[in-house]
Design a protein around this ligand. Structure first.
Ligand SMILES: [Zn+2]
Ligand SMILES: [Zn+2]
Length: 323
């Protein structure tokens, strides 16, 4: 509670703010997606003096204050979920038990943005829902719930994306170093491969720290789905390297990969509320930015070296011609 962004109106004092405080704190202790009536039931169990109208009013206040988010699962009534510290997500909805399960997907986000841009549309918000039968209703097993672990799962999956990107970056720079003839350019690729490798180890250590906080973490279901999103960039770059390129082209391909990666992680990370996962994305974006700057510097240096070489050749042939 002390971390809430706006506690105005929640200060102890008036009777009304005490009730509000009580309702907010009960709401924040609940998992999942509650209807207004669900919340009334839970609150009435704790304090029967709180009226339905007060709960409704407080829910609306929480929506306006950005503490709760309204979601519509097509049931003819709204449900409410925490919005504070909760990343934007999509839902799987069971039509049998009416339970709901959350997931994130950078691939879906990227596709939605692509569609909106292609259709000259300014998106405000998008709803993606999968309606069907949950595992528990179908088999009695329940391995698909991420309830109560979303922060940790988000951090885990953010790290998985970062590590996968780092690994493909490492492979890219190792290949680039092998094919580059210019000694200075080769050194830059070797340095970057080395950096990617060290950073990968740091990320893996961070991943292990997360696992230590929850021994079951590895077995919990995927929360953030990504396929092509970020590391596809380096894979494409590596493919182009193998087709045979000169030193300058190799640097340009690297620049394109790092720029794409930096932009992706920055844009993706920034859309989330403050959380460990967001921080992982933004830290990673900053590292990619450093790599990008390094490559751009090297590209300019290479072009100017080649220019000087060409000039001195021109000078010599010029002198020859003058003789
Ligand atoms: Zn179900
Ligand atoms: Zn939700």
């Amino acid at each position: 509670m002390t971390n809430l962004p706006d506690l105005a109106g929640l200060k102890p004092g008036g009777k009304r703010s005490t009730k509000r405080e009580q309702i907010v704190s009960v709401f924040l202790r609940q998992e999942g997606h509650l209807s207004a009536d669900d919340l009334v039931d839970v609150i009435r169990r704790e304090d029967h003096r709180i009226s339905r109208a007060t709960v409704y009013r407080t829910l609306q206040w929480m929506v306006d204050a950005g503490i709760a988010r309204k979601v519509d699962f097509g049931e003819g009534r709204f449900r409410f979920e925490h919005s504070y510290r909760q990343p934007r997500h999509f839902h799987l909805l069971c039509t049998t038990c009416h339970d709901s399960f959350e997931f994130l997907s950078s691939d879906i986000e990227a596709l939605l943005a692509e569609v909106a841009t292609a259709r000259h549309f300014t998106p405000e918000h998008s709803v993606v829902q999968i309606h069907g039968t949950c595992e528990k209703c179908r088999t009695g097993e329940n391995s698909s719930s991420v309830d109560g672990h979303t922060d940790l799962l988000f951090a885990r999956d953010a790290l998985r994306i970062a590590i996968a990107t780092e690994r493909s970056g490492f492979e890219f720079y190792s290949k680039a170093a092998r094919i580059t003839k210019d000694a200075r350019g080769r050194k830059v690729f070797e340095d970057l491969a080395q950096e990617e490798h060290e950073h990968m180890e740091r990320l893996e250590a961070r991943y292990d720290e997360l696992l230590a906080r929850d021994p079951e973490l590895e077995t919990r279901p995927t929360f953030l789905f990504f396929k092509g999103a970020a590391h596809g960039l380096f894979d494409q770059g590596a493919e182009r390297l193998m087709k045979g390129v000169n030193d300058q082209q190799a640097l340009l391909i690297g620049i394109r990969c790092e720029r794409g990666s930096h932009r992706f992680f920055k844009k993706y990370g920034e859309q989330f509320e403050e959380s460990e996962g967001r921080q992982i994305f933004l830290d990673f974006a900053a590292e990619e930015r450093t790599h990008l700057d390094m490559l751009v510097r090297e590209y300019r240096a290479l072009v100017s070296r080649q220019g000087r070489r060409r000039h001195s050749v021109d000078d010599r042939s010029g002198r020859r011609a003058a003789r």
